[in-house]
Design a protein around this ligand. Structure first.
Ligand code: ADP
Length: 172
């Protein structure tokens, strides 16, 4: 698998799957979630509402992932995943890693080969960027998947630099 790093806006990526750092309500929020719904249009929210009415009556649990249309975005699908809120007292790293592996599994089910990820949990969920980058890179590298290209889309230069360090550490 090729791992690419890009500094920019995830909603502008021309890939099969864009991963959304959603919240468990699936009904929209700030950050990546807000940008995806704003640019993708109402079709995405309509599908999310249907998921709440059917499979996910109590919301999408953290660490899990589910696909919808990408609406007007240049991608084919949005895969929504819910990152864990960072905790100083409880190690939730496995849940964060699961966001990446479960999203790749959903991408596999869709037949997607290119996937763009944001830095899940590093916004309102306050996960320290350096640690989140290491967990993200290790999770996608270890995943057994048909996805050929995994692109991390980092919003700013410090996030990009953290992912660069994580990638070079993982490559040894
Ligand atoms: P979470 O709730 O999982 O913490 P957020 O959406 O609040 O998710 O933030 C996750 C990361 O995505 C943060 O580092 C934030 O700066 C970044 N981000 C926000 N908007 C975008 C965007 N349009 N494209 C890419 N990354 C974004």
């Amino acid at each position: 698998m090729d791992i690419e790093l890009v500094q920019g806006d995830i909603t502008e990526q021309h890939v099969d799957v864009i991963v959304n750092a959603a919240n468990s309500s699936l009904l929209g929020g700030g950050g990546v979630d807000g940008a995806i719904h704003r640019r993708g249009g109402p079709e995405i929210l309509a599908e999310c509402r249907r998921l709440r009415d059917t499979r996910y009556g109590k919301g999408l649990p953290s660490g899990e992932a589910v696909a919808t249309t990408a609406g007007r975005l240049p991608a084919r699908w949005v895969v929504h995943t819910v990152g864990p809120v960072h905790s100083a007292t409880e190690d939730r790293s496995a849940v964060l890693a699961s966001c990446y592996t479960r999203s790749l599994r959903v991408a596999d089910e869709l037949g997607a080969t290119t996937v763009a990820f944001p830095a899940i949990s590093t916004g309102v969920y306050r996960w320290p960027m350096e640690d989140a980058a290491r967990i993200a890179v290790e999770a996608v590298q270890a995943a057994s998947t048909g996805v050929r290209t995994c692109r991390f889309v980092l919003f700013d230069a410090p996030a990009y630099a953290a992912f660069e360090r994580a990638l070079s550490a993982a490559r040894g």
